[in-house]
Each structure stands twice: as C-alpha cells, then as structure tokens.
Design a protein around this ligand. Sequence first.
Ligand code: HEM
Length: 219
Amino acid sequence: MTRAQIITRLVKPALFIALLAPLALLVGQGGSDNLGANPVETITHQTGIWALRLLLLTLAITPLCKLTGINELVRLRRMIGVYSFFYALLHFMTYAVLDHSFDMTAILEDVVKRPYVTVGFSVFLMLIPLAVTSTNGMVKRLGGKRWKRLHKLVYLCGLGGVVHYLWLVKADTFSPLNYLALFLILMLFRLPDRTQDKIKAVVRNVIPGKRATPMLKEE
Ligand code: HEM
C-alpha cells in the first residue's frame, strides 16, 4: 500500500470514528446522568473546546505536512475542518435550544450585548460557507482561485475562536492563552518567506549554535 492509500483507507476512517468520541462521551455521560451539576454548561464547554481544537488542528495540517514531509496528511484536512463545524453547530444548538429555548429575540440581544458571544457567533457564521463549500463539486463550481480566497476565512475563524475563549474566561486564562500561542505559532508558517528568514535569523542569534527549525510558507 502506498502512503496515500494508508492515509485514505486506514487513517482517515479511523480518525472519522475517533472524532466522534467527544460526542459519544457526552451522550454516554448524559445517558448515565453523569454530566455534573450543570449539564448544559458541560455540553457547552465540551462542544466549544472541541470546535476550537479541531479548527486549530485543521490549521496545523499544512505545517505538519511541511515538517514531516508527509504531504498526504492534507487528505485529512477537509474532514477535520468539517468536524470542527459539526462541533461548533452542536455548541450553538446547545446555547440556542437548551440555554435560550430557541428564543431568537433573546439570542440576538445576547449576541449584541455580550462581546464574547458576538465573536463566537461571527465565527460560527463564517464557518458555514467554509463547510458548505468543502465538497469537490463546490471547489469546481467556485474555481480554485475563488475557493482558496474564500477559505482564507479559516484564519479569521481561528483567531475569533481563540478570542471568544479568552474573552469568556473570567479568572484562569492559562488554557485560552495556550490556544492563542498555538494559533500564533501556526500563523508563523503562513508568513512570507522573507519574514520567516528574518525570524529564523533572530532565533539563530538568540540560541547560538542552534539551527532554527525551517518554517515554510503555505502553498
Ligand atoms: C454560535 C455562536 C457561539 C455562541 C453563542 C457561543 C457561546 C458560548 C457560551 C455561552 C460559552 C460558555 C461561556 C461560559 O461558560 O461562561 C462558550 C464557551 C466556549 N466556546 Fe462558544 N459560542 C459560539 C461559537 C463558538 C465557536 C465557533 C467556537 C470555536 C471555534 C467556540 C468555542 C468555545 C470555547 C473553546 C468555549 C469554552 C469552553 C470551555 O470553557 O472549556 N464557540 N461559548
């Protein structure tokens, strides 16, 4: 089997099942009345954090391809991105249905009033066209150039997801700051070659005798 076949036939189906685990866990905990004192809060937190993790994992695929040389990993990116949208949808549905009984007026008031909800809601809205245009058919219909331009929105979604998390946390910002750091590192790989070279030179100066890890520009 070629590397591409291993990724497509083995890794992809395994990952598809693995990414259902957070949902299965929530359903299992719900079924056995184990969601804690505030089940809606638990579901909101779990779906939100998985939406963000998978969004950042989507952004990590290109750097991972470059660093490992396993370019076939790119075959997993679309599925992970769609899963991120799936968990964001569950997150929104939890908020809208379980928290606000689908009272659209109350939801819109909340979106306007609370900045972290405004940001979360904007990210959710931006994820919709990305998910809808994720099929091969849509890539063809839009044309490669327009599709690529549209999908640059994913960077804004990543930033928005992290800001949303950072903004809602009241005291312990350790976890959201880690996600922010990861996001910024992933963004370094998208910088133009010349800027990357300058950063590499600075790193080499700061750590004498150590060669900086090459960062490569996204295609
Ligand atoms: C539809 C729009 C959204 C709404 C209305 C919304 C609302 C919320 C609410 C009410 C919370 C819990 C706040 C608290 O505990 O005080 C939350 C948490 C969170 N949300 Fe969202 N959110 C939205 C979209 C998103 C998106 C798109 C992402 C990720 C890309 C996301 C990631 C998170 C994360 C990481 C948390 C914190 C989880 C934790 O505490 O472990 N949210 N969101």
